[in-house]
Unconditional design. Sequence first.
Length: 311
Amino acid sequence: MTEIDVARHSLMIDPRLHIWGWEIPVYLFLGGLAAGLLILTALLAMRPGERSPSARWLGFAAPALVSVGMAALFLDLSFKWHVFRFYLALRPASPMSWGAWILVVVYPVSLLAALAGLDDAQAERVVGFAGRLGLGHAIRALRDAGARHLTRLRWANVAVGIALGVYTGILLSTLGARALWNSALLGPLFLVSGLSTGAAVMLFFGLNGEERHFVTGWDLAAIGLEVVLLGLFLVGLATNGADGKAAAELLLGGRYTAVFWSIVVIAGLAVPWGLEMLEVRLRLRATAVAPVLVLLGGFALRWVMVAAGQA
């Protein structure tokens, strides 16, 4: 009889396999939400017509959400005080390296565009507040510099938003050993979902009628495209060998089926799409139901993908 003695011990495996917790879905959700806001606030600002005060202030939402998301990611890090090493080099073959730099680029691009997009009264309020900290002249100078390059800054917001939204999906898809994540569709899927959740957040604020119609149109298009990408994602899994079929079964009859279909697909996509179509076609009074459901579905999508991918 052959006897095998194993003396392995790893803190990441023993006594149980280390898994991602709530921090990663929160980070992915807020990152996608910020990406959607970067894109939609820039596109909204470039369309002709009057801009509401709320639409101008919304430019500051993306960097705030990125900050909260990065805080959640920081909590998940095992060696928290080594986080600065992400910014000592750029590794082209590493999605995490690209993502770390994209998150940093969000701040100057979004803040400059948001500051330059304020009207004079709003800008004076910001300058007045900054003046109490001795930064009034610096903020005014930054606003003037941003105003000279405002169109370029807005297109830069769109580009950075696309990069951030796609990155949140690529972060999972590069871990090909997990069958559920081994799909090139995760990047586009998370980007489109981020557009939808970003539109949902904007609908909570006091946009004027034309702005609300513009944002709702983007949300309807994003929801429709998200349904298509989800369908292609599931078909791709189901036809990708035994491992892919096993991963697909988690969403098509397994332990995550109820959450995926009830919250992500029905409550997060189908119902909001129907409600927003009724609002547009029948010119009904807008409610907060559809945006709340979109946000719930967007977070549930990321939670399910992270949890099921580790099952």
